[in-house]
Design a protein. Structure first.
Lengths: 112, 111
């Protein structure tokens, strides 16, 4: 088991709503990356945070946004939810400059 | 478009057999190639990884073979066990730890 935790584990929202997902990184890690994993697919990179700033972004619209806090924990915010946003959202923590990243168990979001 | 292509989509292997999963990439900027194992309801866990200056890496029953000129790499699981039944993902990294994942291979090892 990694030290990366995510909350909540499951979430149901309706189209148009907003959602906030949370991630606590493993002790000593200063970088958090967020991924979206649709059913039956591999994780897709959303963005990465390092030193409280966005440090790289995948092909996701601006309604996907994030924050990183001084203790390196992070939030993923999604506005104006769409049905296609239904997925498992994973965060991964790592140390900048090192390749290994550790994933949390994910938050499963269902948009109705 | 898919930056890392993975095959097969699913694989059934008898206990004790060899499981082989293949991945291919196009972008020569990738500099690190990990394999992840994911069980239902869990996040992916790092299994083994390789850098492009090495052609093979072995850790226990798991081996990565890497062919830089062909831009292909594969995972071999020797003496496959029912406990290895999971979904396996290859991935490739660009700068700032931005990873691109394959679409996954669901492995079923029959007792």
């Amino acid at each position: 088991e990694t030290g990366v935790t995510q909350s909540p584990t499951h979430l149901i929202k309706t189209r148009g709503q907003q959602v906030t997902l949370r991630c606590s990184s493993q002790s000593g890690h200063n970088t958090v990356s967020w991924y979206q994993q649709a059913l039956g697919q591999g994780p897709q990179f959303i963005f990465q945070y390092y030193r409280e700033e966005e440090n790289g972004r995948g092909n996701f619209p601006p309604r996907f946004s994030g924050l990183q806090f001084p203790n390196y924990s992070s939030e993923l915010n999604v506005n104006a939810l769409e049905l296609d946003d239904s997925a498992l959202y994973l965060c991964a923590s790592s140390t900048q400059g090192q390749e290994t990243q550790y994933f949390g168990p994910g938050t499963r979001l269902l948009v109705l | 478009q898919q930056q890392v292509k993975q095959s097969p989509q699913s694989l059934i292997v008898q206990k004790g057999g060899i499981s082989i999963i293949n991945c291919a990439y196009e972008n020569t900027a990738f500099d690190y190639f990990p394999w992840y194992q994911q069980f239902p309801g869990k996040g992916p866990a790092l299994l083994i990884a390789i850098r492009p200056d090495v052609s093979e890496k072995k850790e226990g029953r798991f081996t990565i073979s890497f062919n830089k000129s062909a831009k292909q790499f594969s995972l071999h699981i020797m003496d496959s066990q029912p406990g290895d039944s999971a979904t396996y993902f290859c991935a490739a990294r660009k700068v700032f730890n931005k990873f691109y994942f394959g679409s996954g291979t669901k492995l079923n090892v029959k007792p």
